[in-house]
Design a protein around this ligand. Structure first.
Ligand SMILES: CC(C)(COP(=O)(O)OP(=O)(O)OC[C@H]1O[C@@H](n2cnc3c(N)ncnc32)[C@H](O)[C@@H]1OP(=O)(O)O)[C@@H](O)C(=O)NCCC(=O)NCCS
Length: 215
């Protein structure tokens, strides 16, 4: 699913089940030492997918620690992103001389809880979702918007190293499977205010991605 919305210069791996905990590196175990079963499984399988994806770009299996504010610390010379939700885990990676950043996000294909939408979307974004819902009521456009903003953050944070609020990016979704995120704050490390992305849905899942090439 994730591969279909990534460019050819990004490698990915996904799983609909879970990998055994033995696949973790000893250095990674402290990050889940006090975690509940659900968290252990998503962390383990996210790392497993990351190593499968890294192998596809020729990187020997290595630990991927949790870094600042939870961002994965990728092996030198690589960039990437991990996502997990119920029944799905995925990772996407690229050589750092090819890509500046990659962000992926997966969500259940379900409407957002009513109280969440106004906290992650502007009135203009909500109005655009309403129009799309009238044209195609089978797609949970609000969840795509949320997922797109999560992908924005996963590209933003490793480059900018700071928080980005949901109100600081405006996302325009195209029904054809793309979106554009317009950043309302500038950061020299990002170097652009315009982040193009892609989305896909299945009956059960939504996935979004942003891949920033190195010029
Ligand atoms: C960090 C965040 C984006 C994760 O998204 P999520 O939908 O909750 O969860 P996902 O399963 O898709 O992703 C979790 C993975 O994201 C990665 N991640 C966590 N923090 C990260 C960060 N600061 N930067 C990049 N990646 C991060 C990790 O790999 C994590 O999995 P792991 O802990 O097992 O390694 C989200 O929890 C968050 O804090 N959002 C608020 C910020 C935001 O989205 N702003 C909107 C800007 S428009």
């Amino acid at each position: 699913m994730i591969d279909a919305i990534l460019p050819s210069w990004v490698a990915s791996a996904e799983k609909f089940g879970d990998a055994p905990e033995e696949t973790l590196f000893p250095e990674e175990r402290p990050f889940i030492s006090r975690a509940v079963d659900r968290r252990r499984r998503e962390f383990v399988t996210g790392r497993h997918c990351a190593r499968l994806a890294l192998a596809r770009i020729g990187v020997t299996p290595a630990p991927i620690p949790r870094g600042e504010r939870g961002a994965p610390v990728w092996p030198a010379g690589t960039v990437g992103s991990i996502t997990h939700c119920s029944g799905y885990r995925a990772a996407a990676v690229a050589p750092a001389d090819v890509a500046r950043a990659v962000g992926i996000d997966a969500e259940p294909h379900e409407p957002l809880p009513d109280e969440v939408l106004p906290t992650i979307a502007s009135p203009e974004e909500i109005a655009a979702l309403r129009v799309m819902g009238e044209a195609d009521g089978a797609v949970c456009w609000d969840r795509i918007l949320f997922s797109a903003k999560e992908s924005v953050y996963k590209v933003w944070f490793p480059l900018a190293g700071r928080w980005l609020d949901f109100s600081e990016a405006v996302v325009d979704i195209e029904p054809s499977g793309t979106f554009r995120a317009r950043l309302l704050v500038a950061d020299p490390a990002i170097g652009t205010n315009d982040l193009p992305g892609r989305w896909t849905v299945s009956d059960r899942l939504i996935a979004t991605s942003i891949a920033l090439p190195r010029p």
